[in-house]
Design a protein around this ligand. Structure first.
Ligand code: COA
Length: 485
């Protein structure tokens, strides 16, 4: 498993194919971001959200896809995870392996709350729907359930409703007219406060004009946003509704937020807002045949409004959360020792349960010791190699999983690059002392030998063949990159 670069077109295509196949299997009403929309959001560094595409490989084939993301300025304890495995590859532990990567990365970020959502089509239950069974197995609990409803377009229905009195409606497409910006921002803040989200952990950040403009810029790449806002006749904001018309999806438009401020509820304002925005949709719609919307099961008022427009439930949108304790991780410093032929030195670890791991030399950091000091001490004891001043820090590996360090929930390995002439490792520790630490010999591997390695012995990190190839081709990363198991 490793994070992939969305700019690597061919690999991203393979990743997206798995992501799409996993997310849409048995879900006729699934709405999945297009490849282009996802690639552009993964590569845009907007300072608000950090988003990562992670792939699970079987050899060179992508067999699992994960989106791993977290907010940067709020919700600092939370990560959002989406894991997708195509039906033909399910029940082989791929989803669980990606979950392990997510746990490790979250630990690396100091985050402990995991959130996930899935669409469960009508007719399935939490026992029969794979995603629900999977989430339950991992310990997630259901915190909010929405209906995913769909209405047919063009909308030709009619709604019996009293004429609107005491309010005026204004519709616009694209950016919000300057004069309504503050009112619109205040309405968004009220929406965040009032929309039912059950037991999901959520830190609310008030909307301001700048944030609205930034979101418009992001959304505009993929959608034409259609808004209708209600104001009282003396100009106070009362509510709004939004439809997103995708630029690339020829089938599905999305009825997004609808809000009526508390003091104005009960006057059919929600219905009038939606009617006005549907009129606007009729002007801009191209080929879209379906209008999708999501409403909490508990949101009686909005459910009633939706029913008037002929929306019908196709799926449950189930939101899950899991909070885990901060894992105790044992820190270690390790060396990527490369000789003049670009061969890498790996130590052979044999564990009591019989499994064998080839891993870089190095070892645990003692209390009060720096990484560099620990590296020097460990390499002198283990292989008799002097560490140059300030070696390049390549990778930061976090593995949260049992069985990696006794008494801990996992390990952190920081890897440093050392170039050396080939030598026969001989440190100050005897063979018997090394064996007591499970070290049974060493081997210099060429990049080709690493790539051809089939097991059963594991490599650590598992993606070492790829990491070494990338290091030799591109040089060290500017800052240490994250690695999972
Ligand atoms: C959910 C999903 C990612 C699971 O992927 P996977 O590679 O099959 O998962 P694993 O093989 O690691 O399964 C782990 C455990 O989950 C449970 N599980 C998974 N699928 C199940 C199913 N169809 N029925 C019952 N239990 C299931 C089992 O307990 C399983 O362990 P077991 O096989 O030892 O019994 C996959 O079904 C998928 O892509 N679904 C669509 C997207 C989705 O809903 N993602 C989850 C939200 S993030």
């Amino acid at each position: 498993m490793r994070e992939i670069d969305p700019a690597d077109g061919e690999l991203f295509d393979a990743w997206y194919a798995v992501f799409w196949a996993g997310a849409t299997a048995d879900r006729p009403a699934a709405i999945v971001a297009t490849r282009e929309a996802l690639a552009s959001s993964l590569t845009s560094r907007n300072g608000l959200k950090s988003r990562h595409a992670v792939a699970a490989f079987d050899g060179v084939r992508v067999v699992g896809a994960m989106l791993f993301e977290y907010w940067l300025e709020s919700n600092l304890d939370t990560v959002i995870v989406e894991i997708d495995v195509a039906p033909a590859d399910r029940r082989r532990g791929i989803g669980t392996a990606l979950w392990g990567w997510a746990r490790s990365r979250a630990a690396g970020e100091g985050r402990t709350i995991f959130q996930a959502g899935l669409g469960m089509p009508t007719g399935f239950t939490s026992e029969t729907w794979p995603g629900s069974a999977f989430a339950a197995k991992l310990g997630f609990t259901v915190e909010n359930v929405e209906d995913h409803l769909v209405a047919e377009l063009p909308w030709t229905g009619s709604v019996e409703v009293e004429p609107l009195e005491g309010f005026r409606l204004t519709s616009w497409s694209g950016p919000c007219p300057e004069e309504y910006l503050q009112a619109f921002a205040d309405l968004q803040t009220a929406m965040d406060r009032d929309v039912p989200t059950g037991g999901m952990t959520r830190e609310l950040v008030p909307w301001d004009v700048e944030r609205i403009r930034a979101r418009e810029l992001r959304a505009d790449k993929n959608y034409l946003a259609l808004h209708t806002m209600a104001q009282t006749t003396d100009g106070r904001p009362a509510g709004y509704t939004t439809i997103y018309l995708p630029r690339a999806d020829p089938d599905a438009a999305q009825q997004d937020d609808t809000l009526v401020l508390r003091e104005h509820r009960g006057h059919n304002l929600g219905t009038h807002l939606k009617l006005a925005n549907l009129k606007q949709l009729a002007k801009h719609r191209t080929t879209q045949k379906w209008l999708h919307t999501w409403t909490a099961e508990t949101n009686t008022a909005m459910q009633k409004v939706n029913a008037r427009f002929g929306f019908e439930a196709q799926e449950k949108n189930v939101e899950y959360e899991l909070e885990l304790p901060v894992p105790r991780l044992r820190p270690a410093a390790r060396a990527v020792v490369l000789d003049a032929q670009d061969r890498i030195l790996l130590m052979r670890f044999e564990f009591d349960d019989g499994h064998v791991v080839w891993a870089a030399p190095g070892g645990g950091v003692e209390p009060g010791e720096s990484l560099q000091k620990a590296l020097s001490r460990e390499l002198s004891e283990e292989i008799g190699l002097d560490v140059p001043a300030d070696p390049t820090h390549l990778w930061h590996q976090v593995t949260v999983a049992p069985g990696h360090a006794a008494g801990y929930d996992g390990v952190i390995n920081d890897y440093f690059l050392i170039r050396a002439d080939a030598f026969t490792p001989a440190g100050t520790r005897s063979a018997a002392e090394l064996q007591a630490e499970h070290v049974h010999g060493h081997r210099w591997w060429t990049p080709e030998e690493l790539r051809a390695h089939q097991g059963p012995a594991y490599l650590s990190p598992r993606s070492l063949p790829h990491l070494l190839a990338a290091l030799l081709a591109d040089g060290p990363p500017a800052t240490p990159t994250f690695q999972g198991l």
